[in-house]
Each structure stands twice: as structure tokens, then as C-alpha cells.
Write a protein that binds this ligand. Sequence first.
Ligand SMILES: Cc1cc2nc3c(=O)[nH]c(=O)nc-3n(C[C@H](O)[C@H](O)[C@H](O)COP(=O)(O)OP(=O)(O)OC[C@H]3O[C@@H](n4cnc5c(N)ncnc54)[C@H](O)[C@@H]3O)c2cc1C
Length: 449
Amino acid sequence: MSGPDAVVVGAGLAGLAAATAVARAGLDTLHVAPKGPGDRRTPAPMLPSVDCLPSSGLVDDPAAVGQPLTRIRIVDDTGRLVRAPETLFDSAEFDLPAFGWNFPNVRLSERFEAARAGLPNLRASDSLLASVSADPGGWRLRLADGTDLVTPLLVGADGKKSMVRDAVGIQARETAFTQAALVCDLELGRPLDGTSVEFHYPNGPFTLVPAGDNRANLVWIDQRDTLAAAQSAGPEGLRETSCAKSRWLWASTQLLAPARLFPLSPLPIDRAGRDGVVRVGEGAHAFPPIGAQGLNLGLRDVADLALTLAATDRSQPGWAVRLSDDYASRRAADLGRTGSMVDALFRSLLSELLPAQALRASGLWALKLVPPLRRQANRLGVGHRWTNKKGAPERPSIRCCTAAYGFGAASLPSCRRSSSARSCRVCSSALAPVASWLNWSKVIAVSLS
Ligand SMILES: Cc1cc2nc3c(=O)[nH]c(=O)nc-3n(C[C@H](O)[C@H](O)[C@H](O)COP(=O)(O)OP(=O)(O)OC[C@H]3O[C@@H](n4cnc5c(N)ncnc54)[C@H](O)[C@@H]3O)c2cc1C
């Protein structure tokens, strides 16, 4: 049975971007893209990812769709004995027009769909993927509308509960946090002027992201029960809570839309591709929304998929398997580094241990006072690509998270069985605060050298 050269599953932002990239590389492409309810999230990808949007044909002018984030202010409102100083990062200091852009998911999807519509070698189906099985020709897919087809290349952009990932036997250990994220749109008494303001509380940050004029998108991370109670208090109750949490700095705050809750269940990053299957976006990795990395990383997945497609000779048998292996090794370093960074940030913020709190506070003091360190941290935060001396993407040499954080070679017996930076639960839970500080020390050393 002959089928398309590639099938992309999932109509989220990563799926739309991936389907467009695959078709633009010249492959006959089927996009399995059932329409979901409008996604009210407002992801804020960082500048390097946003820079890829015009060249990948997705969005000509990011300014027409989103709002620039030119400053990030961090306010430690934990009330702890050892607190971090208030810190302001300004993109001008790094000669950047902005750190990133805040996009309403719905508007970005519309743009991505328009880009996809113009490609003659791309068909979209609004049916769900019902099953996946191995086939001599690659992968056999059955859609809910009864369509049966075989494709050599399968791109899984089908989110956290990925059927593609499960079907090809890639293990995923989703961990459910007790925290969730509450998002809603606010009208403030005065504009944020491009500044994203993060109030850090003991259970997670309360962040106001500029959405144009006096509008802001709230992303509040806290215990699920606390957020559910705030949500069920109704618009007036939530408005009062928002004002109190933001220290009444934007006086006449109003709610523009009902709040929504997102459970937080990070998905540790494993191998991003094999056997003719590649995974992008939350089909491959999911994080708590800290450090604005989710879609950021998803767009970098797609950029690397486009590079891998361009470098693959599709006239040779087995091209899709080679492509998935090349893609996995191209993505490994970036996924490992970003996963470690978000994990360390989240754990160091929530840690109840005084030494960990002191380390976090001194880390922020160091960032505030040492400009080279700030520059290095900025490169890490926006997703700068490190390359080796030959200009090739840096390959991971780490065997477990202790090594990722700076301990050097794996030092715990349990780590020796680990194959990726996020795979060792022992060190990620017990040593994260210390390891996080060691990582910062490493960054300080690099910055000062
Ligand atoms: C509160 C919050 C704030 C965030 N803020 C930021 C931020 O500031 N910056 C940032 O970069 N990221 C942020 N993120 C993350 C970002 O929103 C996500 O990474 C991104 O939207 C995920 O896109 P995706 O396409 O990978 O997955 P999804 O949007 O989950 O898309 C998956 C798609 O697959 C489809 N699907 C599933 N199963 C099937 C099937 N069997 N057949 C066919 N289709 C299927 C679904 O219908 C869905 O359309 C945030 C996330 C949250 C929760």
C-alpha cells in the first residue's frame, strides 16, 4: 500500500509548524489534525525561536501577532529568611530588541494554519489517529474515519499523551506535580510596558506577561487546591486575589476572560527519534511553565527537523530511519540542557531547605551584580545553541543529572544505569539544589574566564 512520504500527527503549534516544515522540504505530507477547542494559553517563545518564524514561512512579522518582552523583573515575595534581591533583566543590555514575544496561542495557530494552507503537497485530515503499528513499509496508521495507510516517516506532535510515542515503545515517565498553573487575561490600571513581572512565592511564581496596552496574561503556579479555590471564588474573588498577589501595584485590575487551570506533569526528555519516528513539542517533552521554555523548545525541534530533512538523501532505502536517528542526535544536547535548567529553576524555587534557598538567593545576587554572568545566563535562558570547535552542535557527554549539573562523571552507583540527563531520579530529587548551585558556579567560572 503506498501512502504519503510523511504523516504528522497533532494540530497544536508544534504539529502545525512541523507539518509545514516537512512539506516545505518537498515531502508528500499528510497532517492528521483534528480541530480542538481554542487553546487559551499565551506562550512566550524566546528570540532565537521567534527568529525562525519568518524563515520557516510561518509568520512574516511577529510584531503583528504578539507583544515583545523587553524586560523581566523578578520579585522575591517568598517571605523567607534568606531572600533574593529584586532583579531586572533588560534586553537592551544584551543588544537584543526583546527577550521573546508573547503570542496568544489562538492567533499564532491561525497564522500557522494559513502558512500550511498554501502548500500543494500537504493534505490535512480532521480525523483522529486511532492506531499505529509497525509495517515493512514503515508505519501503518489507521484513522478514526477508517482511512488506512502506510508511511515511512511518522512525526509525533500529539502532545503529552502521545499515541505515537506509546505505539513505538518509547518510555515516558510523566510525573504529576501537586502544583498547577492558572491562566487568565487581565486589564490592569496601567501598562506593563514590555516588562514581564514575576512575583516568586513559596509555591511558585505569579507572573504578569505584557499583552499590549493595559492588558496582561496571568500565569500563576501554586498548589492545585489553592488555584481551584481561587478559580471557584468567581471573577470578583479572583480579581481581589490577583490584586493582592501583585501587591496592588496595578490598582484597577479587571478580569477579561474566565480563568483556566492546567495541571503540571512534566515529561522527562528521552530519545527524540528512532525507527522512522520523530517527536516534536510536548509529544517529546513537557515542562512546568517556568523560564518560558515549552513552545520555545518545540519550535527548536521543528527547526532541527527542517535541517535534518535538508541533509537527508531520500533516494536511498531506509532514509526515514536514518533521518530519525540523525534528528535524535541533533536534538540531544539542547533537550538535555534545557530540561536540566528548568528542573533546577523549579526545584530551587520550591525547596524548603534553607541552604537551597540561600543558594538560590546568592545566585540571583550574582546575576544582579556580575554582568558577564548575566550574559551567560541570558544565553542559556533564550536557548542559545552551543557548538563545538568545528561549528557542529555540541553532543552530550553526560550520563546522568549529577554530571549535567556539574559533578563531572556519574558519581552515584544508580546513575551508571542512566542514559540521559534527566533519567536519574535519585540525584534529581536529592541533589538538585546543590547541583543547581554547582551549575551556577560553572557558569560563573565560564563567564569570568
Ligand atoms: C500555563 C502555561 C503557560 C505556558 N507558557 C509558555 C511560555 O511562556 N513559553 C513557551 O515557550 N511555552 C509555554 N508553555 C508551553 C506551550 O504552551 C506548549 O509547549 C505548547 O503549546 C505545546 O504545543 P504542542 O503542539 O507540542 O502540544 P499541544 O498543544 O498539546 O498539541 C497536541 C495536539 O495533538 C492532538 N492529538 C492528540 N492525540 C491525537 C490523536 N490521537 N490524533 C490526532 N491528534 C491528536 C491534540 O488534539 C492537540 O491538537 C506554557 C504552557 C502552559 C500550560
